[in-house]
Design a protein around this ligand. Structure first.
Ligand code: MG
Length: 389
């Protein structure tokens, strides 16, 4: 690196990944400087972060929060709002790394804004690749913008694949199985929001924690891996490994497996994406194998967790279908968290959208957004009319 201090923009700084990224930055204040922060609508927390880190620019996603934030911060800060503001923040001058840690498809445009400026992208937002993978990866290639995954599985694979891409046989994504891995399908009908938010291993935001409980998270990760590593779906495998010690593996043509092991602490992959290609000491605990005992593996059960199979199918069919099921899942999870629908309704809603969607192959960005908003509207309509529920 030409300079010692790396300038970092964090999109989604008040979320789980964003806050853990700031912990990493606090620990390495001599290496990283925060030059941009963005959040959706958490005014107080964002303002507190801005006062602490004094970035060049602050963005608030909800336009209605702009005035209260301006009022709170005064004239000392450059405050921008809405999706345009997030894009301005991501594409500003003098930035080395843009951490995209917002939740949902809202991450697409700011990611593209940063890619167009050839910034390094630390990508924690899997929906960007799920919905618009081909467009994003081809633009990253054109603009020489490296994409370093933050998702723990993809960070693991990225590291295991270094220098081995030509020898790859299969990618093995590990999955904890979530809090309901040992429950029968009928038992899943009665699970509550609180139960779904108790992830056994990882500390994450509510949307992704529910996605882990349905295994949709792993399905989205399969599509994410397909785009990130340009690997066909037949060569992306999922294995349930409840201890989350192996964060994922690559299987090479000679039969060797390379795995990435460690404690389940998101600060490790976040820090790697920020410091890449260097490695720095981490505040995470070391893994103590002598205390580990057994680790387990089992094939995923697609009957109990059909969203994993649905995501594979949508990924294989491609076009706008992944964008549509991703949007449907976002709406469904939101409705589940809000107490509007049951846990099993999440799957039903995504399936309904999958069946009703008119797929557009080789989509433009506009097609992707059209599919996204169609799927959201369709979900609301279905729930309102009680068609499936
Ligand atoms: Mg993951």
């Amino acid at each position: 690196m030409s300079k010692e201090l790396s300038h970092v923009v964090i999109l989604g700084s008040t979320g789980s990944i964003g806050k853990q990224a700031l912990e990493v930055i606090d620990m390495h204040a001599d290496r990283f400087k925060v030059v941009g922060l963005a959040a959706r609508d958490e005014i107080d927390e964002l303002a507190g972060q801005a006062e602490k880190y004094r970035p060049a620019m602050v963005a608030i996603g909800e336009a209605g929060c702009y005035q209260p934030l301006r009022h709170r911060l005064g004239n000392k800060y450059h405050v921008v709002a809405g999706i345009e503001g997030m894009c301005e923040l991501a594409g500003q001058d003098d930035v080395d790394v843009v951490l995209v840690a917002v939740s949902g498809a809202i991450g697409i445009l700011p990611t593209l804004a940063a890619i167009k400026r050839s910034r390094r992208i630390a990508l924690a937002n899997k929906e960007t690749l799920v919905a618009a993978g081909e467009i994003v990866m081809s633009m990253a290639h054109t603009h020489h913008a490296p994409i370093i995954p933050v998702d723990s599985e993809h960070s693991a694979i990225f590291q295991c694949l270094a220098g081995e891409s030509d020898h790859l046989r299969n990618i093995w994504l590990t999955a904890s199985g979530g809090p309901f891995r040992d429950r029968g399908y009928e038992e899943l009908a009665g699970v509550t929001v609180d139960m779904a938010l108790q992830h056994p291993n990882w500390k994450m935001g509510p949307k992704i924690t529910v996605d882990s409980a349905t295994l949709m998270n792993k399905g989205l990760e399969v599509i994410e891996a397909h785009h990130l590593f340009a690997v066909p779906y037949d060569h992306i495998k999922v294995i349930i490994h409840k201890e989350s010690v192996i964060h994922s593996m690559v299987e090479l043509v000679d039969g060797a497996f390379l795995g990435h092991l460690g404690v389940a602490d998101m600060r490790i992959p976040i820090q790697y994406a920020l410091s890449y290609p260097r490695r720095l000491p981490s505040p995470a605990q070391a893994l103590d194998f002598s205390q580990l005992g057994c680790i387990h593996f089992q094939a995923p059960d697609l009957k109990r967790f059909p969203l994993l199979g649905i995501a594979y199918e949508a990924g294989r069919l491609g076009g706008t279908l992944p964008a549509a099921i991703n949007a449907a899942n976002e709406v469904a999870v939101h409705k589940f968290l809000g107490g509007e629908i049951s846990f099993l309704d999440i799957t039903r809603l995504v399936e309904t959208v999958m069946n009703a969607h008119e797929n557009v192959t080789q989509p433009s960005l506009e097609d992707v957004f059209t599919a996204d908003s169609w799927a959201r509207g369709h979900c609301h309509e279905v729930v309102k009319k009680g068609k499936t529920i």
